[in-house]
Write a protein that binds this ligand. Structure first.
Ligand code: DGJ
Length: 542
């Protein structure tokens, strides 16, 4: 008995020595109800992000004017590239000075970082491969198109290419662990950037041609059979059309055509990237994600960056490994709901690492955090802002910042939702708790001159049920009315509406809203141009 307790005590002390009592667990993704939280420094964390333009973080001098803009817009996280060519200028010789400087400076600014690994691929190309890779085509073979022309694109079929990238990425992750594990400034890492095959749907280099005629790997079939019931319909349809075969080469299984070229390439890109991700995770287990350049429906594979982690290929990306935690959309097209619905249809968490920094971005960010309970949002080229202090993104992020603890407390419980409105989509209905909420664009009231304009500014809001009949509604440019869900015979009224702020996570009422502000008890309103949180208590009467 004494021997046994001694053993426990020594294991205990060994553990304390090894990890330290104060040691925090690595940033991680954690399921809560039907959603996922990002946990940083042992607390849930919503990324109020912004991605830097590709070349801005290549020196600390060029970063200097950017930090204050970031603070003025209430960001808590900067997404910044790490170039392979800069960290490994010579094979096996690493230089992490810029990485370290960025981490140190971010800490000073009280910011977190998401590193974007510009390794083998950056928007289809291999522009960020170091010179020793670019100059040695024999060792590091390129993609060839259908005319046998080489491109500045490393083929994912080459073991040498894989090994070179994998070693560098693993070194980076292991360095970040040594340098940053205690502080957790770096909270996630993107592996490669917008992988996609251009200008042909498939690679025709010797290695690719050989693989194309070989049997589809068993590993892929195993995934397809195991997940047959939940495969995305686009992919299921292709497999079905060819008779759900479970052995044969790529064209025998999926038929002849560009769609098969794309599936084949997706498998090899996903395999390659998963292996890199696994090596990186083995060194330091941060959450890892890949981002996708969204395809336009009228374009065929080879005309858009094909084979990336796109919704119609998500099963292939998942079949190829489990080391990538998130497949993320980059938005440079307007169909925000459409693509997010596709990315989340298998229950995956949503993180939006890039959105064009246009006037719709802040509102879509709020909507994503409300409706999809996204773990974060990040407009691209954040430093391009004209006047950071006036930028609506900062105002929306301020709302998110205040509400984050409430959002996280209610996450995954069907208690949060969001709306996104404009002149075309003027109205949205949300059922939450005991009520049906009709959210309309503020201009539907026709109370301001702006309502006469051909185009209305986009508006959005999120709603959180915090107690029976009690809700926070936050956003801009909305007017909300209420009905009880229980029966059409009874009515809903406002008991109390407060506009306020959170100070140190505690709600503080600034104004009690009534009279004109609630249209004498008929609605809750946040005008276009205002950014508010209101707390509302409803009741029913006969
Ligand atoms: C998407 C890429 O992922 C970014 O790095 C950048 O190139 C933007 N496109 C440019 O619009």
């Amino acid at each position: 008995m004494i021997g046994f307790s001694k053993k426990i005590v020594s294991v205990f002390f060994l553990t304390v020595l090894q990890f330290g009592f104060s040691q925090e667990k690595t940033p991680r993704l954690q399921k809560k109800g039907n959603r996922t939280q990002l946990i940083v420094n042992n607390k849930p964390f919503i990324i109020r992000g912004g991605e830097l333009g590709n070349s801005s973080a290549t020196s600390m001098e060029s970063m200097e004017p950017i930090w204050s803009k970031v603070a003025d817009m209430n960001l808590n996280t900067v997404l910044t590239p790490v170039y392979w060519e800069l960290i490994e200028p010579q094979e096996g010789k690493f230089d992490f000075s810029l990485v370290d400087d960025l981490i140190l400076r971010a800490r000073k600014e009280n910011l977190k970082l998401v590193f974007l690994w510009f390794g083998s691929w950056k928007n289809s190309m291999s522009s960020h491969a170091p010179a020793w890779v670019k100059l040695n085509q024999k060792n590091y073979p390129r993609v060839k198109d259908d005319k046998n022309r080489s491109h500045e694109i490393l083929t994912p079929l080459s073991e040498n290419n894989l090994e070179a990238d994998l070693k560098a990425f693993q070194k980076l992750m292991s360095h970040v662990k040594d340098f940053d594990q205690k502080e957790q400034t770096v909270i996630m890492v993107q592996v490669e950037n917008e992988i996609g095959m251009l200008p042909t749907a498939r690679d025709y280099c010797v290695l690719a041609n050989e693989a194309f005629n070989k049997p589809v790997p068993d590993e892929f079939f195993k995934y397809m059979q195991k997940n047959k019931e939940k495969l995305v319909p686009e992919f299921l349809e292709i497999w079905k059309k060819n008779g759900f075969k479970t052995s044969g080469n790529w064209e025998q299984i999926f038929g002849k055509g560009l769609h098969t070229d794309e599936i084949f390439m997706a498998w090899y890109f996903a395999k390659f990237t998963n292996k890199i991700a696994k090596a990186g995770k083995d060194a330091y287990a941060l959450p890892l994600f890949v981002n996708a350049a969204l395809n336009a429906p009228e374009k065929k594979p080879g005309e858009y960056p094909s084979a990336g982690p796109l919704p119609h290929l998500m099963d292939i990306w998942k079949a190829a490994g489990t080391s990538i935690d998130l497949l993320s959309p980059d938005f440079y097209n307007p169909l925000f709901k459409h693509w997010n619905d596709l990315f989340t249809r298998q229950g995956d968490p949503l993180f939006i690492p890039e959105h064009r920094f246009d006037e719709s971005a802040p509102f879509k960010g709020l909507y994503a955090i409300g409706h999809y309970e996204a773990i974060g949002f990040s407009p691209f080229s954040i430093e391009s802002v004209a006047d950071a202090k006036k930028e609506p993104l900062g105002k929306i992020y301020n709302l998110v910042k205040q509400l984050s603890p409430v959002i996280e407390a209610n996450k995954g419980q069907e208690k949060i939702d969001g709306v996104l409105l404009d002149k075309i989509n003027q109205l949205q209905i949300i059922k939450l708790g005991n009520f049906e909420f009709t959210f309309k664009h503020d201009y539907t009231l026709n109370w301001s001159d702006g309502a006469k304009a051909d185009v209305w500014p986009i508006s959005s809001a999120m709603i959180i049920e915090i107690a029976p009949d009690e809700f926070y509604i936050a956003g801009s440019g909305i007017v909300v009315t209420f009905k009880p869900l229980k029966s059409m015979e009874i009515n809903a009224g406002i008991l109390k509406t407060d506009q306020g702020i959170f100070e140190n996570d505690v709600w503080k009422t600034i104004r009690h809203f009534n009279g004109d502000q609630t249209h004498q008890g008929r609605h809750l309103r946040i005008s276009v141009g205002d950014y508010e949180i209101q707390k509302i208590k409803l009741y029913t009467y006969e």
